[in-house]
Write a protein that binds this ligand. Sequence first.
Ligand code: FES
Length: 202
Amino acid sequence: MAPPRIQILNVQPEVDCGRFPVKACPGDTVHIGATIFRDGYDKLCAIVRFRPTGARRWREATLEATGNDRFETTVTPDALGPWEFRIQAWVDPYASWLDEYDRKVAAGQAEGREIVTIEGLRHDDELHPVQQAFVEAGAIQCGFCTPGLVVAAHDLLERSEHPSDPEIREALAGNLCRCTGYEKILDAVHLAADRLSNPGTR
Ligand code: FES
């Protein structure tokens, strides 16, 4: 079986390679850490889930990246008896995108370019016609996807007054969500195109 893409190694605390439990008193601060990495440049998120052994609910704490693939946090057991913990990690797409964006800005790739964010589309208290069209067409995805789709649709309509369905699909292909069939999103882009080419219509 192929090894997992994300590796979680050197978990601490640990006594004698896990042969003996770590000991602490209720109220003590316990430092938890691990070396976590994967291939590629994606940014990772990690949490530790911990609970008194046998308890139904896990508690969670976020592990902070401290450099060199090391992630650490502290937890405070508040009851006597054995406790257990697990470390989980996953790729954080938003942090990966931000990191890539920061690198492009630092490298001067944004030099002289105009950057429009979802907030920048709104004028005073008025939604931009593209935003309004998404609302009216019910083209709502999650909080990550909707802003990306709206700014991508806005960019497309700046370049093409009445794009075809294939052109819209291509322009929105950078949004990797496949949660819905995108039909309402196509409706929203066509509606926005109509509104922008005939500002008087509703
Ligand atoms: S709606 Fe955002 S990931 Fe699917």
